[in-house]
Design a protein. Sequence first.
Length: 261
Amino acid sequence: MNYAKKSLGQNFLIDKNIINKIINLVDIKNKNIIEIGPGKGALTDLLLLKKPKSLIIIEKDFKLYKKLKFEYTNNKKVIVYNADILKFKLEKIIKNNSIIFGNLPYNISSQILVKILRLKKKLSTYSDLILMFQKELGDKITGKFPSAHYGRLSILSNYKLNIIKKFQVSPNCFLPKPKVTSLVIHFQPKKKFTFNIKDLINLEKITNILFSNKRKMVNKNIKKLFTDEEIKIIKDINLNNRPSEIKPEIYYKITELFEKK
């Protein structure tokens, strides 16, 4: 089976050195594993060699799903779902301290990350998150304040996740070859929070409104969220700053205030 669907953003990872590098980021033995977008199963096969307690794989492409279902039909550790990860209810299958792997389609990778960040269950439901992104997007996720890559995705990610390790992957490691370099990022969920945001969707809303005009000061857009009297309470924010000039902690504080309204 040598086909790859452009509509699903399929680029199959074929370099075993990179596959091993990804798998060796964590201890898999006797752990519950979830793999998003297994494709032809190159990562899946090596995950099983590490003797996980269970392995749940989620594949949208029906032909690939049938292949994987047939290949692992006699393996009681493996459950294969034919599903769109963006519509799939991860809460129902995540077991405590699961490890999530994903070589994500470039066209929906940020949406998948945000879906995982939105999970309502306690963060102990997954201990590690190892995802591959297009490098340009990965840089935005890992971008620190202040830097050119700092923005909405890094603010959202930084609220719930710590970045443990990251490394680049050449286009030559895939078939077909993508036109861009990829970036593998190993995250771990934060156990303690300085701020108490009840629903990540509110942080998404705040950052979306304030970053809607990246080059302009936030003084006009913040009025879409608060009254003039409420804005006076937010002492830490300089309304003459551009969105990228405001620290992540300020966005978290603003979201807390927004939720109290």
